[in-house]
Design a protein around this ligand. Structure first.
Ligand code: SAM
Length: 214
């Protein structure tokens, strides 16, 4: 029995089949590189990837930071942490990737220890996004950068579903996320955490059914 809310519990407790399916779903897609360009990650950087799943993004980032850099993969799920370690060994980057289990309330990293922190489709699930973003700021060095990529479910348009029906569906599914409209909140949350030079981009990104259900 667990007392965690569903939006958290469904990531903590993942059965073996679903874990393997996520392992395939969260493979690194080279088309994603463009999304990470503003993070400006380069050789020698120490990078955190929060909500790293089975570690494929962290492993790709390890190839960008090279032998002098390091990537800390951070995820709430212990199975993903183990998969990350195995995947890093298989990819030949185990010396440059560490995996940690955490839920975003505190990050298991010292103050000012990162040059960059990336996160994708994860702040939507944390208990308190304001608090987690303050943690991002704590672990980044002065001049470091956080790069967050998140969606905004109520803002989505799904063809051929009507806006009203979509809104009903989002409301019905909202218990699976903590903050379904996190996308529109990011700028304000970064300001509240004390970040400066905040750049916000809204990307109208068409997603086809076959991309979601390969
Ligand atoms: C939708 S997946 C995104 C995975 C990866 N960032 C990507 O884009 O391929 C969300 C990830 O966040 C993790 N996660 C969910 N809630 C979390 C929390 N409170 N703290 C840390 N990780 C969390 C999940 O275990 C999962 O790996």
């Amino acid at each position: 029995m667990t007392s965690d809310p569903f939006y958290k519990d469904h990531w903590i407790n993942i059965d073996r089949d679903r874990l393997d399916r996520y392992q395939r779903m969260f493979q690194w897609n080279p088309d994603s590189s463009i999304l990470y360009e503003p993070a400006d990650i380069g050789p020698g950087h120490i990078v955190g990837d929060f909500g790293s799943g089975p570690g494929h993004t962290a492993i790709e980032i390890a190839t960008w930071v090279g032998a002098d850099g390091h990537v800390h993969a951070l995820d709430i799920n212990s199975g993903f942490v183990s998969q990350t370690i195995d995947n890093a060994v298989a990819a030949g980057v185990s010396n440059n990737v560490s995996a940690h289990q955490c839920d975003g309330s505190t990050l298991p990293l010292p103050d000012g220890s990162l040059d960059r922190l990336t996160t994708r489709n994860t702040l939507i699930y944390v208990d308190n996004a304001e608090y987690t973003i303050c943690e991002f700021r704590r672990v980044l060095r002065t001049g470091g950068k956080v790069h967050a990529i998140e969606g905004d479910w109520p803002m989505m348009i799904v063809e051929p579903v009507s806006n009203k029906t979509w809104s009903t569906l989002v409301d019905a599914a909202s218990h699976a996320c903590r903050t379904p409209d996190i996308g529109r909140k990011l700028y304000g949350l970064m300001m509240l955490a004390g970040f400066s030079d905040i750049m916000f981009r809204s990307l109208p990104d068409p997603i086809l059914m076959e991309d979601c259900c390969p």
